[in-house]
Design a protein around this ligand. Sequence first.
Ligand code: FMN
Length: 177
Amino acid sequence: MKILVLEGSPHKKGSSNLLADNFIKGAVENGHEVQVYDAAHAKIGACQGCNACGMNGDCIQKDDMGKIKELILNTDMIVFVSPIYYFGISAQLKTVIDRFYSFNSKLMNKGFKSALIVAAWDNSEMVTAPARDHYLAICSYLGFENKGMILAGGCGTPQMTQNTKYPQAAYELSKSL
Ligand SMILES: Cc1cc2nc3c(=O)[nH]c(=O)nc-3n(C[C@H](O)[C@H](O)[C@H](O)COP(=O)(O)O)c2cc1C
């Protein structure tokens, strides 16, 4: 299937992208077609809430979200990748999700699959739980089929991340698809 990996960290070679790389490796080995989009370095304005799109039309903002929309509407699965920033996903990734608004109807109950990969410094469930719950709420609302979550505590740097179980877990997640 087609898999779109949406990366939301400003660190191109950081912890969350390291986990994403492991996910991608397994996915490619299993014959999936993977596209990676670095959402953190894209030019994407925050949703203005103007409602000009009516949740199913053109956004007034002409920026890199047009490309992401095209990629999403041509994929089978979306993988959300982010560092944990103050108990949530990064603003960079949240900005992308808010911009789903203009094509909300095209996303809802259309059979998309999804997964979540987050990396945090602290090794405590409490640190990743809010992002997990937020993601699951979005899955429930949009009718995405959650294929798995990598909630990687103790992954404050790529070096720390390498010494955890999470790179292997990310690899096994894509192998299980
Ligand atoms: C603005 C900011 C907020 C952060 N908030 C948290 C946090 O609430 N809990 C935590 O454990 N780590 C927090 N961190 C640490 C990052 O989640 C951690 O370093 C992670 O590995 C970064 O991933 P990346 O390399 O993919 O960007 C924060 C880092 C930054 C820069």
